[in-house]
Design a protein around this ligand. Structure first.
Ligand code: NAD
Ligand code: TYD
Length: 350
């Protein structure tokens, strides 16, 4: 069936992998990518598919209701996969309001536009891409299930929890057709070098300090970004309306163990003496309100939709390191903030 899908935030880390996958796998779909190109969004991430016949990019804000109304009217959108968000916990601690604006108000603006355009149609779907951080922090032996009560602890996770609640409220109140997924920490190419893995890879290359928050004992559950996108594709097409699916690869790492593994791999790749990268580790003041542990139980997704991760962590980490080492210019450009100039030069006429 031919479809027109609106992907929001498609120039970001996860969004760019998802847009590439959809454009390549579904030649009879039209994929519309709406992205504001904040510091986190780069069209360079989609250079290889930008000329595809079934792909259209629109620069714009999910808070702009008239733009959204026009897009729904002009393109006949019949599916939304919503990823656009402010996504970094440390930034949310410095400026919570930006997270309320984009993540809460932006999501509600998008819900309103979709509801207005779709009326009572039941052949449409709104997919909200969310995070496991909405559930709060776990003790040892506990896992996040779809039924776990929300207990967000950071301004970022509070804003994502609020947006999840609005999506469900629209389902309950207006019969609006939605699905939600809550995923663990992603890693892979094109992740902005403010998140742990790409930041530390960049710092090791540049021989800068590696700032480990607190004692490095916090635990995160890491998933290869393309496995997240495969799950989104599956849930969008085969999930049940009104349902939530947790996505994770059963891959928990204590931060300091992961950092030591990364340091060893980087020494090998860069031909530096063993222990060189680890000597850059610096324990710094902990992140305020730092969640201790996240871990997903993905049984529902595995059982009901047959999803499994495609890569081992060792392979994914090696691919990630190789990608960053061969894309130093991308790292330098996005880190220096020079991306907006680059964008103007490359894409200024669009
Ligand atoms: P990202 O920060 O890399 O990308 C966000 C994208 O949204 C950028 O391209 C940015 O330009 C765009 N954007 C921001 N504000 C916008 C606005 N007002 N209008 C239109 N576009 C806007 O984020 P990511 O890591 O790719 O995360 C994507 C989504 O997945 C987010 O909703 C996030 O909460 C969720 N998520 C992320 C992870 C993770 O580990 N990164 C895990 C689970 C869920
Ligand atoms: P991050 O990649 O910011 O993801 P999240 O906070 O959404 O889980 O951080 C992953 C873990 O690494 C988290 O426990 C915080 C920690 N961390 C550091 O110790 N130092 C850093 O410089 C960063 C960015 C994160």
């Amino acid at each position: 069936m031919a479809r027109t899908l609106l992907v929001t935030g498609g120039a970001g880390f996860i969004g760019s992998h998802l847009v590439r996958r959809l454009v390549q796998r579904y030649p009879d779909y039209r994929i519309l990518n709406l992205d504001l190109l904040t510091y986190a969004g780069n069209l360079e991430n989609l250079r290889d598919i930008e000329d595809a016949d079934n792909y259209t990019f629109v620069k714009g804000d999910i808070c702009d209701s008239s733009l959204l109304q026009n897009l729904f009217r002009d393109y006949g959108i019949d599916g939304v996969i919503h990823l656009a968000a402010e996504s970094h916990v440390d930034r949310s601690i410095l400026n919570p309001t930006a997270f309320v604006t984009t993540n809460v108000l932006g999501t509600v603006t998008l819900l309103n536009a979709a509801r207005q355009a779709w009326g009572d149609r039941d052949d449409v779907r709104f997919y909200h891409v969310s995070t496991d951080e909405v559930y709060g922090s776990l003790r040892d032996g506990e896992y996040f299930l779809e039924t776990t009560a929300y207990n967000p602890q950071s301004p970022y996770s509070a804003s994502k929890a609020a947006s999840d609640h609005f999506v469900r409220a629209y389902g309950n109140t207006y019969g609006f057709p939605f699905v939600i997924s809550n995923c663990s920490n992603n890693y892979g190419p094109y992740q902005f070098p403010e998140k742990l893995l790409p930041l530390f890879i960049a710092n090791i290359v540049q021989e800068k300090a590696l700032p480990v928050y607190g004692q490095g004992l916090n635990v995160r559950d890491w998933l290869w970004v393309e496995d997240h996108c495969a799950a989104i594709d599956l849930i969008f097409h085969q999930g049940q309306n009104g349902e939530t699916y947790n996505i994770g690869g059963r891959n928990e790492w204590k931060n300091i163990d992961l950092i030591h593994l990364l340091c060893r791999k980087m020494d090998e790749k860069l031909g530096r003496p063993a222990g060189h990268s680890a000597s850059l580790i610096r324990y710094v003041t902990d992140r305020p309100g730092h969640d201790m542990r996240y871990a997903i139980d993905p049984s529902k997704l595995e059982r009901e939709l047959g999803w499994t991760p495609s890569l081992t962590f060792e392979e994914g980490l090696a691919r990630t390191i190789d990608w960053y080492l061969s894309h130093q210019e991308w790292v330098n450009r996005v880190q220096s903030g020079a991306y907006q100039d680059y964008y103007q030069e490359q894409y200024g006429t669009r």
